[in-house]
Write a protein that binds this ligand. Structure first.
Ligand code: AMP
Ligand code: ZN
Length: 559
């Protein structure tokens, strides 16, 4: 029996069965039914399928353990309230440097890969500005009728994680695990929709080994005299296209082993780094046919994204790849080189990059010590809606300076929106039908969608939202009708922006009192005593409790 604690990469059921049945032993490399199955000594099973079969979607998708994926069989978000389908979205593509009409390969599906956090430490608010821009993108695609499959990796092995684990005297896994958990907590606090797949680099090494092998076989990679495997950038003619690098700058044969380096210094970069004593000490080394070592950071994202879309959808091209602007070079440039050199196909059709969150003009970064962790804000009792609104009020391609004042102002904005919705809901059945509010809502929705269709112009979408609140409050003062339509339009916008105040959790006694009032109102309604029902609703509202009558019963929340 193959020891249960050794990771298995199950590309097909057959590969796993071979090992379990003892037909192939660790260390073997065999061919079986046209598939090449290689089993490495210390680690995983790798099954390289012939090209024709790689394109066939696998019936047994691979789910990384502990990855907390959303339901993978249903990629649409259950709570999403959608706009009527309309495909007029245009997005700025870093690759072409133009705003282009968005058209996925196989609509309505959109494959979206976003570079995830490096879990050497807590993610800071700068990281979350990028993750939030990606959340906006994902939510707007979903609201526009697309079925998004979102992959966000967890970088749990790279130069930084190894250095941090070494300094802490722990293994890589022991060091990164708490930060993975913290990331998921922060993600939920900031209301980011969970990705459908969160592959971890350390659990995806077999796919990385396969990719390096492919690049070696194709002659675009070579083993250096230091034992590491490098990508020869002069053998990939498209190198530099994303970042606008002049090919004359490319230094033939010069090499760089570190994960990060400057654009001014393009060199052959490491795909697979020969294991050193630090790598082995923290458990960050794997056996491979080209030597014991560990993957380079750039290789990780190429391998994980190609693996996910290859096994699930049988394709080798992503619809969208996104990250912060600092990833354009070298990370994304190198991802393109590795992936396209291996597959011969475009790696991603749209490349989207979010600008920095700054502090007094300097990028928020651990390195500069000017950072704020998401959990700091949570501990200070900051409503996540305020953070979201703050970020939406600057376009994702413009730098944003973080200040406490701007955050406090966003908090006020969130409150105003919450109060406006409460007033609309308070109108209850009286707001049904046509009326000024319904007309305002229709105008708002058209402006909101036009703004987001235009390269996710969230500041303009927010302006339309506050205009609705302003004009809507005046219409309410004047006793206008149409509140039900206005709530519906507001809620559709909230499925994208999600900036209503976080409902307060009431004390148990208060909650019991609310439940009793809601039940009494229900009885009054059943016996057609609408005066009493309205009186109870008003009494609840006076204590900050909003009611919403839905087909499944009355819901309440404390604003
Ligand atoms: P890392 O955890 O360092 O791998 O970074 C995760 C993501 O955060 C990447 O997409 C980076 O581009 C992004 N990022 C890092 N610093 C900032 C910042 N100050 N503002 C916006 N995005 C950032
Ligand atoms: Zn990446």
């Amino acid at each position: 029996m193959y020891p249960a604690d050794r990771p298995l990469l199950v590309v097909t059921d057959a590969a796993a069965r071979l090992v379990r049945r003892g037909l192939v032993a660790p260390g073997d490399a065999v061919r079986w039914r046209g598939a090449r199955v290689a089993v490495f000594r210390r680690g995983p099973v790798v099954c390289e399928l012939p090209a024709a079969r790689v394109d066939a979607p696998s019936r047994a998708p691979y789910f990384p353990r502990d990855s907390q994926p959303a339901r993978a069989d249903s990629v649409s978000y259950p709570g999403a309230r959608r706009f009527a389908p309309r495909m007029t979205l245009a997005l700025y593509n870093t690759l072409t440097r133009r705003v282009e009409p968005f058209q996925p390969l196989a609509p309505p599906r959109v494959t979206l890969y976003t570079c995830g956090p490096t879990v050497w430490n807590y993610a800071h608010l700068g990281n979350f500005r990028t993750f939030l821009f990606e959340d906006l993108l994902r939510r707007y695609l979903e609201a526009s009728g697309y079925e998004v499959f979102h992959i966000m990796n967890l970088t749990d092995v790279d130069d930084r994680t190894i250095k941090a684990a070494r300094a802490a005297g722990t293994t890589l896994r022991q060091h990164t695990e708490p930060f993975v958990r913290a990331f998921f907590e922060d993600r939920d606090y900031l209301r980011l929709r969970p990705a459908h797949a969160h592959p971890r680099a350390t659990e995806s090494v077999p796919a990385m080994i396969v990719l390096v092998r492919r690049l070696l076989d194709r002659g675009v990679a070579y083993q250096g005299d230091d034992g590491s495997v490098y990508f020869a950038i002069d053998r990939f003619p498209g190198y530099g296209r994303l970042s606008g690098l002049d090919r004359r700058e490319i230094k033939v044969g010069a090499r760089v082993a570190s994960d990060e380096y400057a654009k001014e210094d393009p060199r052959d970069f490491a795909l697979w780094k020969k294991a050193g004593p630090d790598d082995d000490a923290v458990g960050a080394a794997w056996d491979a046919p080209f030597g014991r070592g560990r993957p380079g950071w750039h290789l990780e994202c190429s391998a994980m994204s190609l693996y996910e879309i290859g096994t699930r959808f049988g394709v080798e091209t992503l619809d969208i790849h996104a990250g912060g602007v600092d990833l354009i070079f070298p990370h994304h440039e190198d991802e393109i080189a590795q992936s396209e050199a291996a597959t011969g196909r475009p790696f991603a059709r749209w490349w989207l990059h979010g600008e920095f969150l700054n502090v007094r003009g300097t990028k928020m970064s651990k390195r500069f010590g000017n950072f704020l962790a998401a959990r700091d804000l949570r501990e200070q009792g900051v409503d996540a809606a305020a953070v979201r609104l703050l970020f939406w009020q600057t376009h994702y391609r413009k730098p944003l300076d973080f200040t406490d004042e701007a955050l406090a102002a966003a908090g006020e904005g969130v409150k105003r929106l919450g109060d406006f919705r409460a007033r609309l809901v308070g109108e209850g059945g009286r707001g049904r039908g046509e009326g000024r509010l319904a007309r305002l809502a229709a105008e708002f929705e058209a402006a909101f969608r036009a703004a987001l269709d235009d390269d996710l112009n969230a500041p303009q979408a927010c302006a339309a939202l506050f205009q609705l609140a302003h004009a809507g409050n005046r219409a309410l003062d004047a006793g206008a009708g149409g509140a039900v339509a206005a709530v519906a339009a507001l809620d559709r916008a909230m499925a994208v922006l999600d900036v209503l105040p976080t409902p307060r959790t009431p004390e148990p006694d208060f909650a019991r009192w609310i439940e009793a009032q809601v039940a009494a109102r229900e009885r009054a309604r059943k016996s057609k005593d609408f005066k009493e029902a309205d009186r109870i609703r008003a009494a609840l509202l006076a204590r900050g409790v909003e009611l919403e009558d839905t087909p499944t019963g009355t819901k309440w929340r404390v604003a």
